[in-house]
Design a protein around this ligand. Structure first.
Ligand SMILES: *Cc1c(COP(=O)(O)O)cnc(C)c1O
Length: 487
């Protein structure tokens, strides 16, 4: 690891006598010895070796450290496959309200009518958006939604006396899809993509058998392309009584424009933290509600939030249910944010968010395809994938170098080396919240970086040049993680 500048820590900054004591008067109250009572002999005779600094210096130290963090609140984040990144503040305000944040998950339904109503309404909104019959809010993330839906599908087949051991996944699919199949005790079989990046229907037809439980497909897919033949794919599956499963991680490209239930999906998951506002940079929490068609609904997990005569309740009495998939009824704080976001935007606003996400991506794609190859170039949805492989093998590693150099321009890197079917992939997703000026700045940065490279083929080899940490040894970090602090 190359560390270019280090910030002295508070102990190194300590200067005897620097703390005037103006703000450190001991609070009124009992003395420590009094508090300890009979254990007063545990008190140390010498004061702790704390650094000697003024309050202002401590505040500045931490403020400077905080500024070194990269965040969506400060800078542009073109990371692909993460969908929305900026989350409107009002949703945070709502989720933090004491009445909601402090509600105990075991509160009796009579004392939690407002929370249950919010959940029930969200369930109905997601049913309408998906075009499917019933939604379960239980799953805790996208991958957990996949597993929950697969279990639901397995429950459905079990009731029909079938096992169905295989699940098909396109070769462009997200890694969680085959992983969920494996966790569910099913084997994942890849289906090829066509040269235009969409699913190969001939390969699909050749691989669907009486053992196929489902095809798991993302639409728009991970290349940012809408699968135009999705209805034909659905027919191939339905002709074999297999299910079409939609990975809904990219739903924010089609809200109010296309509904999975209308294009043939039998089941899907939402990633509320990707489409309906919840900060997910730190890896969670998220929520992955599952929507299913009527024939799968009886097999959804418990509890289900229900309404009867204006009263809301959690229904555990569902004899065909796959059972509980986690503790309690769902990731409540995330559900609050999603409810709030949907209510704030309304149907027209959600559609406009999707349209703007798609417009912003196409604006960037149109400019950047002049600079680098765009292998799947048929009009993108919310994201697109450039290839930094311009001249064959000599460009090996270039996607990573461009990504590193972008950091010097004060921008986060795109997703790199995913999806696997694009060599030297740079997956770019600007989202609906970025302004034209920001998009133009990003284009200008990419143009400048490629000009540097043109002038000197080694120009990017040691980028970034202006950050405290330049290149980390990713292989060593993965192979020899240091999990214990040693001096
Ligand atoms: C993010 C993502 C997932 C997994 O969702 P998590 O909430 O991270 O578990 C699945 N599929 C696609 C296409 C994704 O982008």
């Amino acid at each position: 690891m190359v560390v270019k500048t280090t910030v002295p820590n508070l102990f190194e900054r300590s200067c005897p006598g620097a703390n005037s004591g103006a703000f450190t008067a001991a609070p009124a109250g009992p003395a420590p010895a009094e508090l300890l009572g009979k254990d007063a002999d545990l008190l140390s005779d010498v004061p702790p070796p704390l650094p000697d600094l003024g309050e202002l210096e401590v505040v500045r130290h931490y403020t400077h450290l905080a500024r070194r963090n990269y965040s969506i609140d400060g800078e542009f984040y073109p990371l692909g496959s993460c969908t929305m990144k900026y989350n409107p503040r009002i949703n945070e305000w709502a989720a933090a309200r004491e009445e909601l944040a402090n509600l105990h998950p075991l509160a009796p339904p009579a004392a939690a009518q407002g929370a249950l109503r919010l959940m029930y309404e969200l369930r109905c909104y997601l049913q309408e958006i998906s075009g499917l019959a019933e939604v379960s809010l239980v799953p805790a993330a996208g991958a957990h939604g996949e597993l929950t839906a697969l279990k639901t599908i397995v429950g459905y087949y079990r009731a029909r006396g079938e096992k169905r051991t295989q699940v098909l996944t396109p070769d462009s699919s997200h890694g969680t899809n085959p992983a969920s199949c494996t966790v569910c005790g099913r084997s994942a079989l890849p289906v090829k993509s066509r040269p235009d990046g969409t699913i190969d229907l001939d390969d699909l037809a050749a691989k669907v058998t009486a053992e196929t439980a489902a095809l798991m497909i993302t639409n728009p897919n991970t290349l940012g392309l809408f699968e135009k033949n999705i209805q034909a794919a659905a027919k191939i599956l339905h002709d074999h009584s297999a299910q079409l499963y939609l990975d809904g991680a990219n739903m924010n490209a089609i809200l109010g424009i296309a509904r999975p239930g209308d294009f043939g999906a039998d089941a899907m998951h939402f990633n509320l933290h990707k489409t309906f506002s919840t900060p997910h940079g730190g890896g969670g929490p998220g929520a992955g509600p599952v929507a299913v068609a009527a024939h799968l609904a009886p097999f959804l997990p418990v509890p289900q939030v229900v309404e009867k005569d204006g009263r809301y309740a959690l229904d555990f009495d569902r004899p065909h249910s796959v059972g509980m998939m986690r503790s309690f009824a769902g990731q409540f704080g995330v559900l609050v944010r999603a409810w709030c976001y949907i209510r704030a935007l309304g149907p027209a606003g959600l559609k406009r968010a999707s349209e703007t996400a798609v417009l912003n991506a196409n604006y960037l794609a149109a400019a950047l395809r002049e600079l680098l190859p765009l292998p799947y170039d048929s009009g993108c949805m919310h994201e697109f994938v450039l290839s930094a492989q311009r001249h064959g093998a000599s460009d090996r590693g270039l996607a990573g170098k461009i990504a590193k150099r972008l950091l010097d321009y004060g921008m986060h890197a795109p997703t790199v080396y995913f999806p696997l079917i694009v060599p030297e992939a740079l997956m770019i997703e600007p989202t609906e919240t970025e302004s034209l000026a920001t998009l133009d700045e990003f284009i200008a940065a990419m143009r400048a970086i490629l000009q540097e490279l043109q002038a000197d083929p080694t120009a990017l080899d040691h980028a970034p040049h202006h950050l405290p940490v330049a290149r980390v040894d990713e292989v060593a970090a993965a192979r020899n993680p240091v999990l214990k602090w040693t001096d």
